[in-house]
Design a protein. Structure first.
Length: 132
């Protein structure tokens, strides 16, 4: 795993686990990953998650994946802003994902928010990913 972009690594672990049919996956803990996973649960893209205890170096987030009736993963994640190319948007240019069927997750001055919450608070920020 590359520690250049730990958020992209988390998305890759979730994507690969979903395609392989795993019930759950584990990712190293960070506050931003925890906030992203809370949004994914709140929007219904994952079943549940829990933070596994440990010292600060070994805390992990266990993510329980969600599948449809055909046992296909219901989550598709695309990283937008990367360490080599940051993507920022203002309130007027917040992206709509799949015609409103998906969400954008942004890092804003108000914390990690979905595109709908960012519109509500009238804030822009860095577009972390698209989820549908």
């Amino acid at each position: 795993m590359s520690m250049t972009d730990p958020i992209a690594d988390m998305f890759t672990i979730i994507r690969n686990g979903s395609k392989a049919g795993f019930e759950k996956v584990e990712v190293p803990y960070s506050r931003i990953k925890h906030e992203i996973v809370k949004i994914l649960k709140g929007e219904g893209f994952i079943k549940n998650f829990k933070v596994l205890a440990g010292d600060n170096q070994h805390r992990r987030i266990q993510i329980f994946l969600k599948y449809d009736e055909n046992h296909k993963g219901v989550i598709h994640i695309q990283r937008v802003s990367k360490p080599g190319r940051r993507v920022y948007v203002d309130t007027d240019h917040l992206p709509s994902v799949r015609g409103g069927l998906g969400i954008s997750i942004l890092s804003t001055s108000k914390g990690i928010l979905t595109d709908q919450m960012a519109r509500k608070y009238h804030v822009g920020g860095e577009v972390l990913c698209y989820v549908w």
